[in-house]
Structures are given as structure tokens and as C-alpha cells.
Design a protein around this ligand. Structure first.
Ligand code: ASP
Ligand code: MG
Length: 405
């Protein structure tokens, strides 16, 4: 009798009818003889609605109160799910993140999980109950409620699967799995049957919003295979795992894109030791995460420094950078918030030449200008004009023959 952790996203539990359907699926897993823990997200757009509500009352809502408020979304869905299961004749109990033993660091809005003590969950399972856990939340050692960052219920599910030593974690959502590109942009995109943790991490971080990237990271660390599948259909889904028998023939596995990109360039920066630190230290103190950084080769000890941040962080980043640029004697600061990232991802690219060239030529043939380029071992990313990102995704999907499956 296997112990499984399932997770159902907000759109899968958006109304009473959908909760009933999910309850039937959870019940069916138990009827097959499994012991089941199900993690649920808040119903539909509840989290967004609660955030809007808070902003009607305060420009900067108190982070502690905000976390208590947002955690109620998942509290509601977990209790309703337990009721729905009981109505189907299945013993069930809902647990908050705290009751499920999820302890986090004291960082409101994006707390990391420090430990999971699954004793209460196990006690309930031993009574024959289905345990429904409210996703996205935990508690600090001082008993304050925290949330794990937007989309964090995935992370709750994988953390529980690790703590309960499950064979795998199942994430049920409104898409059928992980695709070679966003199917809304590329209708020929193919669903992948399997994908490596590392590839998925790159895809998740680069904008393939199927799963929370921290959940994938946890899966990799604890070696918990993660199945991503539809909660509406009985289709096969995508298995994210660390196995070696991957389909390496087609070495690019997917095209990821992200439209939330802005660029800042500091012009005429004196090239001397300590300058980069004096710019990036205050940014990190202001909690702005910097992505791509490019420093030009200097001419006459003067250089330009360009980096990207998410668009939502641009205003804050400019506030930090402008005074620093003055202090170090730079000529000026310019920004552009109409950019996007497009990336090719695949472990098969390691040590295989030619991928970058093919990517650049394909973009050139579409008349798409590349502003910045960054790479990792299994990824090449180009920063381009946001207006061309859909074209870029389509042309790269074709150029790397991802439409051929
Ligand atoms: N309800 C939270 C959100 O919308 C967490 C989640 O859905 O995973 O971000
Ligand atoms: Mg949600």
C-alpha cells in the first residue's frame, strides 16, 4: 500500500462542482488501496482577490497580517475538500500548514521551509483518514503564520512527499503536463512524457509557469519524482525525474520565455576594483534580484555595465542605482522595460557545439535583434524586444525540430 501526495491547483478547485470532482479523484486513489495526502491551493483567483482587498486598505499592507490573510484562501479550500470527501463516505481531515508540521523561516511573503514534522499526518493516516493539507503556508518557531511565495502549494506538496518518504509526488493542474513551448503560442508544441530535474528547473525559472521552481529544486534534492498531469482528464502527464534514460536524441528539450524583463545600463563607468560591488551590494540589500550581468571590455578605463531585473523591480532598482552611479562618477543610467527572454533548454546541449549558432541565425532570419546573451551548461538565453518574443518562440521551436516530437 503506497503512500502518495497529490496536489490540486487553484483552477482545479475553483468552485463547489470542481471540488466535488477532485474529491472523487482523491477518493479513487484511496479505493485503489493507497494512503493519500492531498495538498490544495486556494479556490480560483482567491489569492489575487485577497491581495487586492488588502491594497484597498493600505498601500503597504503589513507583511505579517498579509500572510495570515492569504493563508485563509488555502484554509477554505482544504476544509471544503475534507467535507466533500466525507460526503462521499470517505473519512477525511483538513490540516493547516502548522498542523501538518511545516516549519519555515520568519520571512513573510516568501518563507522557505526549514523542516517538516509529519507526525500528525501519520497519526491521521493511521486512523484510515485522507489528509487534506492547506498548501502555501507554514509557521515560524514563534508561531507566526507564513506563506511560501506565489505558487507555493507545489512546494508544500513536494516537501511533504520528501518528509513522508513517498515514491513520488503528483501535481494536478489545468494543463496536461510540461510542453516543448507554451502551447498558446506554438500550437504544435508537444507534451513531454518525461523531463530531467535540471531541465525542468531551467524551464520553470525561465518562465514555463507549470510549476513552482522551488518545488522542482526540492524534488531534485530529495530525489522525489514529480508527475505533472491534468486534474480534468485522465491523460499521462509529464514525469520530472533524475533518471538517465532520457530522450537525448533531440538535444533541445524546450523553448522557455519570460516577458517580465527590464534592463538597466550604467554608462561610462570607471573601470577599477570595487565598482561592481558598490553597485550590486545595495541592490541585494534592497531585495532586487539581478539576473543577466554584462560588463563591456573597457576602453581608456571606462566601461558600460548592463544588467536585467524583473520589470516589477525596475523602479526600485533605479532608485538604488542612480545615486550610486553619481557617487562612482558614471556618465548616466538608462533603462528599458520592454524586453523579454527567450531560451533554449536541454541537457543534450552540454559540450555539443552549434546550438548557439543555430539559435542566433534563426533569430537573425526573422529580423529579431539580440540585446544580451547568457548561457548555462544546459541553456542559452537571448534578451530581445518583447514585441518579438512570440515570433522568437515559434521560430526556435521549428529550428530545433521540437514540432517533430
Ligand atoms: N494560492 C497561492 C497562489 O495563488 C498558492 C498556490 O496557488 O500555489 O499563489
Ligand atoms: Mg493559485
Amino acid at each position: 500500500m503506497a503512500l502518495i501526495v497529490q496536489k490540486y491547483g487553484g483552477s482545479s478547485v475553483a468552485d463547489a462542482e470542481k471540488i466535488k470532482n477532485v474529491a472523487k479523484r482523491i477518493a479513487a486513489a484511496q479505493e485503489k488501496g493507497h494512503r493519500v495526502v492531498a495538498v490544495v491551493s486556494a479556490m480560483g483567483d482567491t489569492t489575487d482577490e485577497l491581495i487586492d482587498l488588502a491594497h484597498k486598505l493600505s498601500e503597504r499592507p503589513d507583511p505579517r497580517e498579509m500572510d495570515v490573510l492569504l493563508s485563509t484562501g488555502e484554509t477554505v479550500s482544504s476544509t471544503l475538500m475534507a467535507m466533500a470527501l466525507k460526503a462521499l463516505g470517505h473519512e477525511s481531515i483538513s490540516l493547516s500548514g502548522a498542523q501538518a508540521g511545516i516549519q519555515t523561516e520568519p520571512l513573510h511573503g516568501k518563507a522557505r521551509i526549514l523542516s517538516v514534522d509529519p507526525r500528525r499526518i501519520l497519526q491521521e493516516l493511521n486512523k484510515g483518514r485522507i489528509v487534506i493539507v492547506a498548501g502555501f503556508q507554514g509557521i515560524t518557531k514563534d508561531m507566526d503564520i507564513t506563506t511560501l511565495g506565489r505558487g507555493g502549494s507545489d512546494t508544500t506538496a513536494v516537501a511533504l512527499a520528501a518528509a513522508l518518504k513517498c515514491e513520488r509526488c503528483e501535481i494536478y493542474t489545468d494543463v496536461e503536463g510540461v510542453y516543448t513551448a507554451d502551447p498558446r503560442i506554438v500550437p504544435e508544441a508537444k507534451k513531454l512524457d518525461e523531463i530531467d530535474y535540471e531541465e525542468m528547473l531551467e524551464m520553470a525559472t525561465l518562465g514555463a509557469r507549470v510549476m513552482h521552481n522551488r518545488a522542482v529544486e526540492l524534488g531534485q534534492i530529495y530525489n522525489i519524482p514529480i508527475l505533472v498531469a491534468s486534474s480534468f482528464k485522465n491523460a499521462q502527464g509529464t514525469l520530472i525525474h533524475g533518471g538517465k534514460a532520457m530522450e537525448v536524441l533531440n538535444k533541445v528539450r524546450g523553448i522557455a520565455h519570460d516577458e517580465n524583463v527590464a534592463k538597466i545600463t550604467i554608462i561610462g563607468v570607471p573601470d577599477r576594483p570595487g565598482i561592481a560591488a558598490s553597485i550590486f551590494e545595495p541592490l541585494s540589500k534592497a531585495n532586487v534580484s539581478v539576473d543577466t550581468i554584462v560588463q563591456n571590455a573597457s576602453i581608456n578605463k571606462i566601461t558600460d555595465l548592463t544588467f536585467t531585473v524583473s520589470r516589477t523591480d525596475l523602479a526600485r532598482a533605479m532608485e538604488v542605482v542612480k545615486p550610486v552611479a553619481d557617487v562612482i562618477g558614471a556618465k548616466g543610467v538608462v533603462s528599458d522595460n520592454k524586453l523579454a527572454k527567450v531560451s533554449i533548454v536541454g541537457t543534450g546541449m552540454q559540450n555539443a557545439p552549434g546550438y548557439a549558432a543555430r539559435m542566433f541565425r534563426s533569430l537573425y532570419e526573422q529580423g529579431i535583434n539580440i540585446e544580451l546573451i547568457t548561457t548555462s551548461e544546459i541553456r542559452i538565453t537571448c534578451i530581445i524586444d518583447e514585441a518579438r518574443v512570440k515570433d522568437a518562440v515559434r521560430v526556435l521551436h521549428k529550428a530545433f525540430e521540437l514540432d517533430k516530437g
